[in-house]
Design a protein around this ligand. Structure first.
Ligand code: PEP
Ligand code: MG
Length: 883
């Protein structure tokens, strides 16, 4: 078996396509070498050797040692050095490199091969004794730490003691002789702590480092990381051994990192930093301030320190040429590491560069424009979830953050304002021209006006599908929910966290993209929906199969969604239309009425409001499909609780408040989410369905006349578990359609369908499809009922499940393919069997989640529906899943 792949001097045994075998770093080193780029010669030990190692009691396969020695000799020939040679020693770096970059594994050992015999040779070769002994002591420290397991703090203590004892305060004051003395103390420390000497034999050093890389693949941290990111344990890691080049050999040496385009703006300009006379670690360690690469960048930052372009023009020119070559070759923005040793440029790494959403968008569209990639590739290059960053204000990454707490990133974007603890206060402040953040333990329908008035919403309880989260996403407002460490005290008007107390009026900032709550007003970056965005969306729409609709109730939401490219309404939650103003009183009247007559009185008040709303929605949607869901209010969201609320409704109903209080108590439920809601309410009070159906049909007729094109409403029945429920409600709807058609002498086209949001409905889909022309998967409730996890209480324990690695994602955010997904699949298959042309969609929060959208494509749903601000995300995700 071939365990070792060599590279160097314009050749390589591997290629970039061999990531699985050589790891990402190794494959790209081979590729760069084949391209004729200056790569220090070296070799890669395969991931297969790693797999062999840990399936055979940490032993090496036969033949590996011979192959390593041969490869090492070849490196020696190219560099005119020999491993362990006293006159001309070869020194190497040893690095791990899995298929994907993975924290938790051994990173790097530099200067391997140094020992008491070879260090004088390094001093001679470099002409710098101090440098040689400093390198040796760094090697001992690094090697003892990562290979032998002796914490680096122990070494730092020794060094501090030495400096104190010799009147030094800075490392730079130490002479070669000082470092030699430190080295003796380091060796003594190793002997005392580990009861074995620091290895002097370079081969022993090398095998120790190889073993440490392999061993680190199964470190606790690496295992946890793999479990959380679905990385199989049998991938293994490769080991890269490479001739050392020194960026710290004086003023003509340097080391740096660069991106071939600006990773934060996407601008087509080399972007990076370097340090003169330094090793790689020094650049990232942040001890010295790195310098700009180009003159243009230096001029822009106004830095005093000269650019690489200015001080090493030849190496710089070569470097620029290499960056262009790499980008053209990989057809992707690259993140590279380089070292200049006494004026000679060496490339140490190249990989696809990480970037912000803004940069990803610009780079993808620019590269398609440059002809480097196709428009379809451009579509695949932008992470849909990251589009969120582009659609909302974000906290300036350079801003200081004083974090006072954190919760769930429930609705993206950032906002600042004065703390208020009630919706009325929020509204008052807003009308007085002040910006506020509404902080509540949780929100309820009564808070809608406050949520509208606030810049952002913060709750200490509730999950990703809590009322606050769902409504805020619908409004496109930032929301942090379930920030459990915040103690909100309505009575005192305070919010306490970690020993600090904040009062009403204190300015805070919430970041709904990360879940952070910050003190004070923090600088923001405003979204720019540039031409790039439109171009990418157009390309995405060309390849997309699924339609994208929106969940919207208000004209404002519907218009916003149209602006984002929604192709209809997939869910109009009619109960949300009653959250506002006077309407909630009539709604409560209806719910609290003790007789059908009482209910009909209240319904009669609601009818014109409903009709007017629907007319507007139909008009805005201009003939696009509109799915209207009949009332689905978990009763607890509407039953009044406070004296004030009870008095208000009692007055409207002209009944005794005490009587009303009793009725409210009667309606109290232990499990409202599993209680008298959805179609159960329509079964017990069919007059509600009648009123709503009438409002829909009358509105369809009116809007059809006004716009000149007929409207085909889709009427949806929620929380159906059996066909008989749907049949009963459908009977009322059909009868009302006939009645309105007669009254208006207009033919009415409509469809009746159902939500699939209970496991029983999914299982009985074949039967239910006999009466349903469409299904819409209500995956919020379907997740709640499949898991038996309350969507409003999940936050208090699902976080721990995620931390402990039991689940990777919150199932209320990303659809659980295995469980909930199987039910969706079953329902789709069974529904289609009965009715081959049945229309299938999804309207739970998952309809805006890219991973869940990919699942919807696999199941072959016709459309996804999501809150307005997620429509662009869904368009892109649907396109990617179709490609
Ligand atoms: C659902 O359950 O997924 C759904 C869309 O309905 P709601 O969130 O209104 O219960
Ligand atoms: Mg539901």
């Amino acid at each position: 078996t071939k365990w070792v792949y060599s590279f160097g001097d314009g050749n390589a045994e591997g290629t970039r396509d061999m990531r699985d075998l050589l790891g990402g770093k190794g494959a790209n080193l081979a590729e760069m070498s084949s391209l004729g780029l200056p790569v220090p010669p070296g070799f890669t030990i395969t991931t297969e050797a790693c797999t062999w190692y840990y399936t055979h009691d940490d032993s090496y396969p036969d033949g590996l040692d011979g192959q390593v020695e041969a490869a090492l000799r070849a490196v020696g020939e190219l560099t005119v050095r020999r491993f362990g040679d006293r006159d001309n020693p070869l020194l190497v770096s040893v690095r791990s490199g899995a298929r994907v970059s993975m924290p938790g594994m051994m990173d790097t050992v530099l200067n391997l091969g140094l020992n008491d015999d070879t260090v004088p040779a390094l001093a001679r070769a470099s002409g710098d004794e101090r440098f040689a002994y400093d390198s040796y002591r760094r090697f001992i420290q690094m090697y003892a730490d990562v290979v032998m397991g002796l914490d680096h703090h122990a070494f730092e203590e020794v060094l501090e003691d030495f400096k104190d004892g010799n009147g030094h305060s800075l490392d730079t004051e130490l002479t070669a002789a000082d470092w030699q003395a430190v080295i003796e103390r380091y060796k003594k420390l190793v002997l005392e702590e580990l009861e074995r000497p620091f290895p002097q034999d370079p081969y022993e050093q090398l095998w120790g480092a190889i073993g440490a890389v392999f061993g680190s693949w199964n470190s606790a941290r690496a295992i946890t990381y793999r479990r959380l990111h679905d990385i199989p344990g049998d991938w293994g890691t490769a080991v890269n051994v490479q001739a050392m080049v020194f960026g710290n050999m004086g003023e003509t040496s340097a080391t740096g990192v660069a991106f071939t385009r600006n990773p934060s703006t996407g601008e087509k300009a080399l972007y990076g930093e370097f340090l003169v006379n330094a090793q790689g670690e020094d650049v990232v360690a942040g001890i010295r301030t790195p310098q700009d690469l180009t003159e243009a960048a230096r001029a822009a930052t106004g830095s005093e320190a000269p650019s690489l372009e200015a001080i090493m023009p030849d190496a710089f020119a070569e470097f620029i040429g290499i960056c262009d070559k790499l980008e053209a070759h990989y057809r992707e923005m690259q993140d590279v590491e380089f070292t200049i040793e006494r004026g000679k440029l060496w490339m140490l790494q190249t990989r696809t560069g990480k970037r912000t959403a803004k940069a990803a968008l610009k780079i993808a569209v620019d590269m398609a424009g440059e002809g480097l990639i196709t428009s379809q590739e451009a579509v695949m290059r932008v992470d849909p979830a990251a589009l969120d960053q582009l659609l909302h204000p974000t906290i300036d990454p350079r801003a200081k953050r004083d974090i006072i707490g954190s919760g769930l990133p429930a609705s993206p974007g950032a906002a600042s304002g004065a703390l208020v603890f009630s919706s009325d206060e929020a509204e008052e402040a807003k009308s007085a021209g002040r910006k506020v953040i509404l902080a509540r333990v949780e929100t309820s329908p009564e808070d809608i006006h406050g949520m509208h008035a606030a810049e952002g919403i913060l709750t200490s309880r509730g999950g990703m599908t809590s009322h606050a989260a769902v409504v805020a996403r619908g409004m496109g407002k930032p929301c942090v929910s379930g920030a459990g460490m915040l103690r909100i005290d309505y009575r005192k008007g305070t919010m306490a966290a970690a020993g600090r107390t904040f009062n009403k009026g204190d300015i805070v900032t919430i970041d709904g993209s990360t879940g952070q709550v910050l003190l004070g007003e923090v600088p923001m970056l405003q979204p720019e929906l540039s031409g790039d965005f439109a171009a990418l969306m157009e390309w995405a729409d060309k390849v997309r199969r699924m339609k994208v609709r929106t969940n919207a109730e208000t004209p404002a939401d519907a218009r916003a969604a149209r602006g984002f490219g929604a192709e209809g309404i997939g869910l109009c939650r009619t109960e949300h239309m009653f959250f506002e103003g006077e309407r909630i009183v009539s709604m409560r009247e209806m719910i609290l009425a003790e007789t059908e007559a009482g209910r009909r009185t209240a319904l009669a008040k609601l009818l014109p409001m409903q009709r007017a709303d629907f007319v507007q929605l139909f008009e805005i949607m201009q003939g696009l499909p509109v799915t209207i869901r009949l009332l689905d209010p978990p009763l607890h969201e509407f039953v009044p609780h406070t004296d004030e609320e009870i008095a208000e409704v009692a007055a409207a109903m002209k009944v005794d408040p005490e009587r009303l209080r009793e009725r409210a108590l009667q309606l109290d439920e232990f499990n409202p989410m599993l209680g008298h809601r959805g179609c159960r309410l329509l079964v017990t009070y069919p007059e509600i369905a009648e009123m709503q159906a009438r409002a829909i049909f009358e509105a369809a007729v009116e809007a059809g006349k006004e716009t000149g094109s007929p409207v085909t409403p889709e009427i949806m029945v929620p929380l159906v578990g059996m066909k008989a429920e749907l049949d009963l409600v459908r009977g009322r709807i059909d009868a009302m359609a006939d009645a309105v058609a007669k009254e208006t002498s207009t033919k009415i086209d409509y469809q009746v369908g159902t939500m699939i949001e209970l496991p029983r409905a999914a299982l009985r889909a074949a039967d239910i499809a006999k009466s349903a022309e469409f299904f819409s998967f209500g995956t919020n409730d379907l997740t709640q009922t499949t898991y038996g996890v309350s969507r409003d209480d999940a936050a208090s324990f699902l976080g721990a499940y995620q931390q402990k690695g039991l689940i990777e994602h919150d199932p209320f955010v990303t659809l659980d393919r295995e469980g909930v997904g199987e039910l969706v699949q079953i329902a789709a298959e069974r529904g289609r069997k009965t009715r081959p042309d049945i229309k299938l969609g999804i309207c739970g929060e998952h309809g805006g989640d890219p991973a869940s959208i990919a699942f919807c494509e696999e199941v072959g749903l016709d459309y996804v529906s999501c809150s307005p601000f997620r429509v662009p995300i869904a368009r892109l995700a649907a396109a990617q899943s179709a490609l």
